[in-house]
Design a protein around this ligand. Sequence first.
Ligand SMILES: [Zn+2]
Length: 163
Amino acid sequence: MSLNSWEKVIDPNFLSAEIIGDVGSERVVTIKDIDMAECYDEGSKAKVKKQTVFFEECKPMVLNKTNAKTLKKLFSPNSDNPADAFGHKVILKVETVKAFGKMTTGIRIKEFSEEKCPICGKIILPYAGKTVEEIKEISKRNLGKVMCGECMKNQAKEAKDGK
Ligand SMILES: [Zn+2]
């Protein structure tokens, strides 16, 4: 019998990009805990303890540096406590990433938001490297009201062209 799922090839106790789907696929999850967990390491072919993020809705995920930085930026920019992220929703997105010198698929943590832009009606998303909170702050400060990054850019352009 051959294996019929990537889930079994990779450590079956952990979430992998293959479980979520093709590049571009997304899943909304709630962070439950961040702790050390034993997982299979392909490099050393042994069980090793790694920093892991646990979710309410699905299997845990090994927390790499990129995703850890995203969590810190989103949930504890001014403190040093991973527990600040607990209970928060994030988006897990499958992207093409470079790992060990090869291009492969990986899971990237993205900011989750439910707040809609009052101008275009779309959900306010991270934009041009800024978090949703930063976008909201900048648009409020510069244009007098909260809006998405795209609308902010359009309004700034209109204001400039009008002069
Ligand atoms: Zn908008």
